[in-house]
Design a protein around this ligand. Structure first.
Ligand code: FDA
Length: 807
């Protein structure tokens, strides 16, 4: 299949063969099929290929910038500019000598700003002949029309002429998914007609621009015809461009009177996949001209009513999704870095006994409030937190050493938890009338259990702290909140702002984070339920304390860690796996309970993957959490640091190191642990304890060993997350079915569960359930009272007797 498609859409596998196949009726722009590289080794290979192609082809070259830098991201702009611009200049120089253009391809929206920054630096630092530098502009971008002004001004100020290739855009589906996921407005149009019209508007603007030369890249006959119309009687220089293998019939005609350039990919089959999938989606899309072969006038099409695509706000049926924060927008980043965290709060912490007394005294009053009243207050808390997302994120960066993207994601998760639990409580209270036979009314009442204790860890000081607190409050329980000592400052601010927004001070109190004090509280019979998130060992201690209490047996929800595995077979996509495993194992310095601890690789492709992993780890940036460039910051405290170092020492002595992120001679912030990965000879050896740090154990397995490994993982009784990488459906279906874990992820990383979308929580040693952010979460927080009323007992069934169906 790949080979057949490759024959259609890829001109040749080598430069020499492509040169032989050139058709004299057309000019060309060759693309070396570079897809985003994950490490410097690949990026350098791609760069050499581009340079070789520029030298050999003597035709235009199209360069994908993500192929020549493994971290082509805005947050990394300093390094991108300093390393990429001289390389581009070298390719452009060759193009200039050949009197052709080096086009910069357009990629995902998040790369638009950085691509303009690269272009600007290139033009400001070097001087090239007119039209040596080309830039692709996507008309599906809502900003496209105005980007033309930026490009025109840039060309004017640098005394150059830029060659602009106007395209519609090839990443539409990815943009839609990404915006929904990140809680951001769509950066692209959501109706095809808008893209078509934007294309025409951009075309007119380009045709009127002084410093820009135009290339119109499209296969749509309506678009082509309209542009022909616009250019009639105009002497402005322009050309059409088409992709190799597409629009042949149309351009055979056009090329007779107008210049047509073919964008021709050149490369080997193994590098084709991403490009071919884009072509496959494009040709198969029911809005695409190529697919339905109908010439559609977008201005007429626009008049038809169409169902809009759900944006981030409307993604969930019964609640507003949390709003995201665009960390690929330079203005947003500046704003975030300049926003101070609000002054810290000095929330009063009373003795455990006094605090429990206040809460229990107030319990009845709080349970007597209506659900609507509690919901209103909690939704106001969610709104206020959403408004405060910047200072709350900054607080996480400062006290919990989170990176900015992780901090923003955690605040969004917290907002989602609150809104979701409110929605679930409403459902619980609404759906309480049970089906009955005539003459009887059956209603279940969901009553609060009483004062509830929430014991939270430091690794998610907002989400894991506030999630259970809100679940307990919304169901009418008063709450004793015990934060982790490491993140007490954050907890104080949270509690103070909840009080400020309207949660009564006596319904929610903070407790001394000291472990002894917390144990006193757990033993106190006035506590009616406990939610704990942390290690299995601590959960066991709490369970024993509860068991020793006299009086009623109370509910205990424990969410504990796991030894999370990623299992890959020989069909997995190495680039995807390497990105997912580095993210899963090292993001947040591995301090997530869902983090990847073990990678099981099948022998057949392990060499390639290990090689890529080693090089990928080199591009991880270590640093202070408040540096936007940092991928991995320090671990939480000295105790955690020592524990991780002990395991590293053990692995260092006995196992083979794959890679450790080198310090590159830099002094790292205190308590930073460079991520490392080791091949272990016996996978069973390190399965006893969860090590909460940036450390990955890798085991290379023989195909025959797989069943034994899966059984071993199951028998370990840890059961939190599992990731499976395979392109064989039967493989991932069988493994997901067999494994006793709470969350299975296929062909993706295994961290970052989203409220409602991925209810989260483990099995066995990893937790008691119910899952956080799932539909069953609230039930332990209430006790159910069922009331049956015999409505016929006092003289007959009035409802039945007056029922219309009697007549
Ligand atoms: P057609 O008229 O069928 O339009 C399809 C386009 O409409 C899709 O590309 C999609 O973006 C858009 N669309 C579909 N449904 C939509 C909806 N509901 N709402 C809004 N928009 C919708 N692309 C890129 O991103 N970067 C690049 O660098 C290049 N380079 C390039 C060079 C050359 C020479 C060509 C010909 C094309 C590219 N492309 C590209 C690809 C280009 O963006 C585009 O995908 C195809 O050319 C298809 O557009 P047509 O006008 O041919 O088809």
């Amino acid at each position: 299949m790949v080979k057949t498609m490759g024959n259609v859409f890829v001109m040749a596998d080598t430069v020499d063969k492509a040169i032989e196949k050139k058709d004299p009726r057309y000019t060309y722009s060759f693309d070396m099929l570079g897809e985003a590289s994950t490490n410097w080794e690949d990026a350098n290979v791609y760069y050499d290929k581009y340079l070789e192609a520029a030298n050999k082809f003597e035709d235009s070259i199209s360069v994908k910038l993500s192929a020549i830098h493994p971290r082509y991201e805005l947050k990394n702009y300093k390094d991108v500019i300093s390393t990429m611009v001289p390389k581009l200049a070298a390719i452009a120089r060759v193009c200039e000598e050949n009197n052709v253009t080096m086009f910069i391809d357009a990629e995902e929206t998040r790369r638009l700003d950085i691509s303009i920054m690269v272009l600007e630096e290139l033009l400001k630092t070097y001087k090239f002949a007119d039209n040596t530098i080309g830039f692709a502009l996507q008309a599906y971008q809502k900003r496209a029309f105005w980007v033309i002004d930026t490009l025109n001004t840039l060309a004017e100020h640098t005394h150059s002429k830029l060659h602009i290739r106007l395209v519609k855009g090839a990443y539409w589906d990815t943009e839609i998914k990404q915006a929904q996921q990140d809680g951001l407005d769509f950066p692209v149009f959501t109706r095809k007609e808008h893209t078509d019209i934007s294309y025409l508007a951009c075309a007119r603007k380009l045709l009127h621009s002084e410093y820009l030369t135009c290339a119109f890249a499209t296969h749509n006959p309506f678009t082509v015809a309209t542009i022909q119309h616009y250019t009639k009687n105009k002497d402005k220089e322009f050309e059409f461009q088409k992709l190799y293998g597409m629009g042949d019939g149309l351009f055979e005609q056009i090329s007779q009177n107008m210049p047509v350039r073919i964008y021709a990919p050149v490369g080997e089959y193994k590098d084709l996949l991403a490009y071919l999938i884009r072509r496959l989606l494009e040709n198969g899309a029911n809005t695409s001209f190529v697919f339905n072969q109908k010439v559609i006038d977008p201005f007429i099409e626009l008049k038809k009513e169409k169902k809009p695509i759900s944006d981030w706000k409307t993604l969930y049926k019964n609640r507003i999704n949390s709003k995201g924060y665009d960390l690929t927008d330079p203005a947003m980043i500046d704003y975030m870095l300049d926003t101070p965290t609000h002054p810290e709060q000095d929330e009063e912490i009373l003795s455990v006994d006094e605090t429990i007394k206040i809460l229990t005294d107030y319990q009845e009053q709080w349970s007597n409030t209506t659900f609507e009243h509690r919901a209103k207050i909690l939704l106001a808390c969610a709104d206020s937190l959403e408004e405060e997302i910047i200072s709350a994120s900054n607080r996480l960066v400062k006290y919990a050493f989170k990176t900015y993207p992780n901090a923003v994601a955690e605040i969004r998760e917290t907002v989602d938890f609150i809104r979701y639990y409110v929605e679930q409580a409403e459902k619980l209270y609404k759906e309480n009338i049970k089906p009955s036979y005539t003459g009887e009314q059956n209603i279940t009442h969901y009553n609060p259990r009483g004062t509830w204790m929430v014991i939270s860890p430091w690794n998610f000081p907002y989400a894991i702290f506030l999630g259970p607190i809100c679940a307990a409050l919304v169901t009418g329980n008063t709450v004793l909140a015990k934060p982790a000592p490491q993140t007490l400052e954050i907890a104080k601010v949270i509690i103070a702002s909840m009080h400020h927004v309207g949660v009564p001070e006596n319904a929610l109190r903070i407790c001394d984070p000291d472990i002894e004090q917390a144990a006193e509280a757990v033993k106190d019979e006035r506590i009616c339920g406990v939610t704990f998130t942390g290690s299995h060992k601590s959960a066991k201690t709490i369970q024993r304390l509860i068991a020793e209490r006299d009086g009623p047996i109370i509910p205990f929800i424990a969410e504990t860690g796991g030894i999370n595995c990623m299992v890959a077979d020989s069909t997995c996509l190495p680039e995807q796996l390497v990105q997912d495993v580095t993210h899963g194992a090292f993001d947040s310095a591995g301090q997530r309970c869902s983090a990847t601890r073990y990678l099981f690789l099948q022998k057949e492709n392990s060499k390639t993957i290990l090689h890529m992993l080693k090089h990928r780890m080199k591009v991880i940036t270590l640093g202070n959490s408040d540096d936007l460039n940092t991928d991995v910051s320090r671990v939480i405290d000295g105790e955690a640091f020592t524990k991780i170092q002990e395991r590293i020492a053990q692995l260092e002595e006995n196992e083979e190191l794959i890679a450790t992120k080198s310090r590159n001679g830099k002094t790292l912030p205190k308590l930073t642990i460079p991520p490392s990965a080791y091949i272990v000879s016996d996978y069973k050896q390190y399965f006893d304890e969860e090590i909460f740090g940036p450390l990955l154990h890798v085991y290379v397995y023989d195909k025959n060993e797989l069943d034994e490994i899966l059984n071993f993982i199951n028998n370990s009784k840890f059961g939190l997350t599992l990731s499976i990488h395979s392109r064989v459906t039967r493989f991932y279906e069988n493994v997901s079915k067999k494994m006793k874990v709470g969350n299975v992820y296929v062909n993706r990383d295994q961290i970052g569960a989203v409220v409602e979308t991925q209810p989260f929580g483990g099995y066995g040693l990893s937790g008691t359930g119910p899952k956080a952010g799932g539909p069953n979460y609230l039930l332990p927080y209430v006790w159910e009272k069922h009331i049956s009323i015999n409505t016929t007992a006092i003289g007959g069934d009035t409802v039945l007797l007056t029922d219309d169906r009697q007549t």
